[in-house]
Design a protein around this ligand. Structure first.
Ligand code: 5GP
Ligand code: ZN
Length: 118
């Protein structure tokens, strides 16, 4: 999962509208779309429009990082998950299970999720 930069990045291409995706939220700096391989009835990815490879290598723009969390909450609300609950996950690096090198938050809901994760 080497970072190839923004040019060929699949999530940058989705954010630019070059690759189709089922968008559920569009903000100035953040966009959210349904995961291609959903792990629950609701599974949405929240990404910055700007290419940041991961949380760990994502710089220190606290306004943008905060906007991602607020967008995750908004997505959960739009998906009707506010009362039942949901999970927000950031996989980081190899041991974290990150497979796409563009920072993304998973918003998962619609079923109970176990803890600890596998
Ligand atoms: P990660 O494992 O990096 O935390 O999560 C990457 C997620 O991106 C996976 O859940 C995978 O299903 C999803 N994904 C990978 N490629 C695409 C794509 O082209 N479109 C969409 N909508 N999701 C994708
Ligand atoms: Zn990218």
């Amino acid at each position: 999962m080497e970072d190839q930069g923004a040019e060929g990045c699949i999530f940058c291409r989705i954010a630019r509208g070059e690759i189709p995706a089922d968008l559920v939220y569009e903000g100035a700096d953040v966009v959210a779309f349904r995961d291609l391989n959903p792990q629950g009835p609701a599974h949405v990815l929240v990404i910055p429009r700007r290419h940041l490879p991961s949380l760990h290598e994502g710089g220190d723009d606290s306004a943008l990082l905060g906007a991602l969390l607020l967008a995750a909450r908004e997505v959960a609300e739009r998906e009707g998950l506010g009362a039942s609950g949901y999970r927000v996950v950031i996989n980081n690096g190899p041991d974290g299970g990150q497979t796409v090198p563009h920072l993304h938050l998973h918003v998962l809901g619609g079923r109970p999720f176990g803890w600890p994760p596998g």
